[in-house]
Ligand binder design. Sequence first.
Ligand code: NDP
Length: 319
Amino acid sequence: MSSQKQPDQKDILVVYHSSDAPMEKWQEWLSRLDPRIRLVALDDEASHQAEVMITWSPPYGAIAARPHLKGVISLAQGVDHLLDDPSLPRDIIIGRLIDPFMSESMAEWVMLAILKQHRDEAAYAAAVPRQEWISLEPRIPSDYTVSVMGIGAIGGHVAEKIAYFGFNVLGWSRTEKSIKGVTSLTGDEGFAHCLSQADYVVSVLPLTASTRDIYDASVFQQMKSGAYFINCGRGLQVMEDDLITALDNGHLSGACLDVFRQEPLPTGHPLWSHGKVTVWPHVSAQTSPITAAKQVLASILAIRDGKPPVNPVDISRGY
Ligand code: NDP
């Protein structure tokens, strides 16, 4: 609960809402940088006076209900949780995070998912209780192709790291990129090529009108037989029943998923217990105030002064 204390004249009021981290944690890290920052929760009357909101997934209408707001800062790299609010004022300024710590976390997570397969971790782990000293054929990274769908701030870093391990890396984006060790592909043709060539398809796409439901039966069918699917973009991009079918009929060898159509993944959902699926609870790249507070503060101050935030979002583009 918020303290509902009367704002001080010197305070910079900032509305806070996140289901992800307690307000006190952000208050502590922002206050260290600027003691004037005072976070107020949505149920605090003072929140209606604030000019800036920092948030992850605010309830629909919370932004529109605060006419003094000049801008909103997403406490995540994605902004779908803001843009899908039908009442979002179209002239509101939106900033997002681009945090090298998050890109690095995602690269670690994706490499973990790939290397567990590449190094036959499950087979070696299964041999331990049997006390069997087994030896499987080694795999050479350059014999394998990884397609990274979405090579922006996070995906670009992920793709570069995968290339560093010696895999062939294809990257798909709207516009052409130049990333060390990564072949940049665009458009429908590029999409089809990424799918058909990859032993691992890694998706780090933002959720937009053109990426919602993108991974359906026909797309899984276009993937190479035996391909492994890794999704850390957004769950609403995947038709989960189609994924399960592609796994059950043996076309895909497995999947590692951090994001789901419904989160938390409902109890009893078939993905929880699917033998070819590894489930993670949307933690592949978490926001940390320790690394992000500095840019969040800079964006708060910029928006207050009528300037663009550190990483402005083009609302019309949708990401
Ligand atoms: P960016 O906006 O920096 O990058 C997005 C990439 O996707 C760009 O390369 C963009 O191409 C490409 N893209 C977008 N739409 C299309 C399209 N229709 N066709 C082809 N390419 C497209 O985002 P980030 O890298 O910062 O983050 C990506 C997403 O990762 C976030 O939106 C979020 O959904 C997810 N995420 C998940 C987390 C987790 O914990 N699971 C944590 C953080 C982020 P172009 O560059 O040409 O515009």
